[in-house]
Design a protein around this ligand. Structure first.
Ligand code: BGC
Length: 251
């Protein structure tokens, strides 16, 4: 099945058509800056512009940076607070004219990594962390996802909220050298270790592309790997989610 995968981020909204059987993008990726302020209507219109770009008429899978319960956004850490309580599946459907299936962005990226990337076949407790505007998390135990874990918002022993302390956006905003930022990210990882005792971390999101710049500064007990799909995971995973929901909801 072909699905338009959309990845809504704090700085860009990206999309591509994905073949959900092969898990591959069958078009180039197209990106539009996230509108500021990122209100529900403005974000919906940006998704509509992407739909127009691809001349798309089929289903859409949308990874979105919030806890999503039955199509409703429950949080909005890095977008306009008006999203909280908005039925984004209904809104995006009304603006694009397409069926839309929404899922947390880190869960979407995790789905792609566990279907065909670094998480494939991994057993035990695996924490997938996207390093970007926020810190997104997806927890898998023996291949099963626990959805909507908002662990970027866990407070660290130093009193700081995880993603405010150690996101890629914080590194850029504060112009932190890699060593300094890695120390902060290490604080975050050690806290995750103390709370969940994982078997593996997988690092995704834009920040994971720079693993070679910061891995020498990490000091954790848990093995870790970089996500293998990098920038494409969010788009591919959103499309995979839509295909599985289409099937589930039609039964
Ligand atoms: C949001 C999460 C999201 C993460 C990564 C956090 O601020 O609360 O829902 O997965 O950012 O985008």
């Amino acid at each position: 099945m072909k699905v338009l995968g959309v990845d809504v981020g704090g700085s860009g909204i990206k999309a591509a058509v994905v073949d959900t059987l092969t898990g591959e993008m069958v078009t180039e990726r197209h990106r539009i800056d996230t509108p500021q302020p990122a209100t529900p209507q403005a974000v919906a219109e940006t998704i509509a512009a992407l739909v127009k770009h691809f001349q798309w008429q089929g289903p859409i899978g949308c990874g979105f940076p919030a806890a999503i319960v039955h199509g409703v956004a429950k949080t909005a850490a890095n977008l306009d607070k008006a999203f909280i309580g908005t039925d984004i599946e209904a809104l995006f459907k009304s603006v694009t004219g397409c069926e839309v299936y929404c899922v947390n962005d880190a869960d979407a990226a995790g789905m792609a990594e566990f279907t065909q990337g670094s998480g494939k076949g991994k057993q035990g407790t695996v924490i997938f962390i996207t390093i970007g505007t926020g810190l997104g998390t997806a927890i898998y135990t023996n291949g099963t996802l626990l959805p909507n874990t908002e662990l970027g918002h866990v407070y660290l022993p130093n009193g700081k909220e995880g993603e405010h302390w150690a996101s890629d956006a914080t590194r850029k905003r504060k112009e932190l050298p890699w060593k300094k930022w890695a120390g902060r990210f290490n604080d975050y990882l050690q806290n995750m270790e103390a709370l969940f005792w994982p078997d593996l971390f997988i690092f995704g999101g834009g920040g994971s592309k720079k693993l070679d710049k910061f891995q020498e500064f990490l000091n954790i007990n848990t093995p870790y790997v970089a996500a293998s799909l990098l920038n494409e995971a969010g788009i591919i995973g959103a499309a995979i989610y839509a295909a599985s929901e289409l099937e589930r909801r039609s039964n």
